[in-house]
Ligand binder design. Structure first.
Ligand SMILES: *Cc1c(COP(=O)(O)O)cnc(C)c1O
Length: 379
């Protein structure tokens, strides 16, 4: 374990504490922030929001992008756009960040947990198909869960740590079962599956720009879609459902104050300009880790899945012996190298213990063994 700590310190060229993931502001960040402050347009409107939305849509290859205050808000609105209503059910993976399940819960809908694939750490098409065949029927062009007598409205796969899941197969199954596909692409800006950007396979996709993500606006998120009507509705819902007017305040439904402030967008426009550079740096780090860990008896570096191009947002290793995990975490953190276990399974949290699940053997296997290691862009 000392060898791992030494290697990581050498890789990051420092003897100081090495965090898991730090942001890098090495481009036009200060310039755009100053310009934004000088303009006084720091809040609900401004050119940086418009520029960001245009540039982001171009980057991922979607027709529309709608900036939001954070990734959770982007997911919440995405689920509403997909038609999810109170008492509906939404399929997702147990191995994800809490935001996925929180967004489902805000609507009053309930998650169903389906197992992940070992190689992608994302929702398994095989498990999904098996669950649907065993439990569901198509009635009036909707997917009815015979066990609960509820409608399964949407399915939310997540691209864990930036590694794409088998999203085209998931889409095929969702289409067949009349389930809307909503991608939680919060972690996967810059990741492609079969040369198509993650987040653009489903009806809607959501990204996050939290401080620890590959690019950041402090806090922020975005919704992407190719559907013009959904894009308009996303803008409307995220801006308090206010009918555009120069001075009158009229709102036509209960909306949300989920817009991204222009000052955050200024930071984000500058960050987006750095994305290519960040991706190159992360891939180079992944290659160094892979070489180092190929000689390790305790830990195996987790590589991008086949037919994918991962952003390698958070680098991760799979510990061969799960009983080593706590010792590994304790030793590295005590010696100045931050590491962190993958999330606890969502179905084991108190709020989601009564949710329907498939067998979750793969998710459990990964939960007990996967650890994130320092992943910042090196400068
Ligand atoms: C970061 C993240 C989100 C959104 O988080 P915010 O902090 O609200 O921007 C959603 N899902 C996953 C899987 C994430 O990692």
């Amino acid at each position: 374990m000392q060898a791992i700590v030494d290697f990581i310190k050498q890789t990051f060229n420092t003897q100081e504490f090495i965090p898991l993931h730090e942001p890098r502001f090495i481009g036009n960040e200060k310039k755009y922030l100053n310009d934004c402050i000088d303009s006084t347009f720091v809040s609900s409107v401004g050119k940086y929001v418009d520029t960001f939305e245009k540039e982001f849509a171009k980057t991922v290859g979607s027709k529309y992008a709608i900036a939001t205050v954070n990734g959770t808000a982007a997911l919440h609105i995405s689920l509403i756009l997909a038609g999810v209503k109170r008492d509906d059910e939404v399929i997702t993976q147990p191995l994800t960040f809490i935001a996925t399940c929180n967004a489902i819960s805000y609507i009053g809908a309930k998650p169903i947990f389906v197992d992940v694939d070992l190689d992608t750490m994302g929702l398994s098409p095989k498990s999904l198909e098996a669950f649907l065949s065993a439990n569901c029927e198509i009635a009036k062009s909707t997917c009815r869960n015979k066990t609960t007598d509820k409608i399964i409205k949407a399915c939310v796969p997540m691209h864990t740590f930036g590694h794409p899941c088998r999203i085209d197969e998931l889409k095929r199954i969702c289409d067949e079962w009349h389930i809307a596909l909503v991608e939680d692409a919060a972690e996967s800006l810059g990741s492609y599956y079969k040369n198509k950007h993650t987040g653009t396979f489903g009806k809607v996709g959501a990204f996050s720009f939290n401080g620890n993500k590959i690019i950041t606006s402090g806090g922020g998120g975005v919704i992407v879609t190719d559907d013009e009507a959904l894009a308009k509705r996303a803008k409307h819902l995220t801006t308090t459902a206010k009918i555009p007017h120069p001075y009158e305040y009229v709102h036509d439904e209960i909306g949300y104050n989920y817009r991204l402030p222009n000052i955050n967008a200024a930071l984000l426009v500058a960050q987006l300009e750095q994305l290519k550079k960040f991706l190159v740096s992360k891939r180079a780090l992944a290659e160094e880790y892979e070489t180092f860990f190929s000689a390790s008896e305790n830990a195996q570096f987790i590589k991008e899945p086949q037919e994918s191009n991962s952003n390698y947002w958070l680098q991760a290793v799979l510990l061969k012996d799960k009983d080593n995990r706590n010792e590994f975490l304790k030793f590295t953190n005590a010696n100045g190298v931050m590491t962190r276990p993958i999330w606890r399974l969502m179905n084991e949290l108190q709020m989601f213990q009564d949710c329907q699940c498939t067998s979750l053997d793969n998710a459990k296997y990964l939960e007990e063994r996967v650890v994130n290691i320092p992943s910042s862009v090196r400068t």
